[in-house]
Design a protein around this ligand. Sequence first.
Ligand SMILES: Nc1ncnc2c1ncn2[C@@H]1O[C@H](COP(=O)(O)OP(=O)(O)OP(=O)(O)O)[C@@H](O)[C@H]1O
Ligand SMILES: Nc1nc2c(ncn2[C@@H]2O[C@H](COP(=O)(O)O)[C@@H](O)[C@H]2O)c(=O)[nH]1
Length: 192
Amino acid sequence: MSKGLLIVLSGPSGVGKGTVCNQLRQRLPELVYSVSATTRQPRLGEENGVNYFFKSREQFLEMIENDQLLEHAEYVGNFYGTPRDFVEQTIESGKDIILEIEVQGALKVKEKFSEGIFVFLLPPSLDELKGRIQGRGTENQATIDHRMSVAADEISLLENYDYAVVNDEIDLACQRIQSIITAEHCKVRKKL
Ligand SMILES: Nc1ncnc2c1ncn2[C@@H]1O[C@H](COP(=O)(O)OP(=O)(O)OP(=O)(O)O)[C@@H](O)[C@H]1O
Ligand SMILES: Nc1nc2c(ncn2[C@@H]2O[C@H](COP(=O)(O)O)[C@@H](O)[C@H]2O)c(=O)[nH]1
């Protein structure tokens, strides 16, 4: 049996990774989603084990210590990380898995899984990006400013990715990513 694909969807905060990922999962019900661990406080409506595994700082550091994370990063004052076993077991079982993670973490995954498919989601403009984070209404202004202040640096790392997808319209962005997944499945020569 061939292994599943590891798809990493990354990009600045507010670009629409979560929105696009949710719609992709509806279009591709067999696509497995990697639930991350974080020390961030849950937002209204977020559920432990569904949106994230919510951890204390101590619990998160213990996960790092025990090598339970494939990658982790500190992003705007909180830790985020990808549980390793679930990802590895899913790929081994032949299923595709998608990670929705920020840029530092994505580049760490690339060091370990160069055969992964690295997709960078871009906003139509920085003004639109700011409007989306503000419109979501989940962060205070200081956090929005902090997230926006790292967005340009994150976008400057685009060249490390395999694909750039503009999230102008959700449907179109999903179609583009679906096409990428289909093409990767048809590839004759896989990446080393
Ligand atoms: N193509 C789009 N057009 C307009 N609004 C969009 C589009 N995609 C997403 N949005 C909106 O932008 C906001 C941010 O989207 P989302 O939470 O999915 O971003 P994110 O990249 O996952 O953010 P974060 O990294 O902070 O978790 C949401 O309110 C969402 O509804
Ligand atoms: N490096 C990682 N980044 C992750 C992971 N899970 C989520 N994220 C990214 O963090 C930011 C902020 O998320 P938010 O839910 O607080 O808005 C965003 O870019 C997420 O994609 C992870 O496991 N590792």
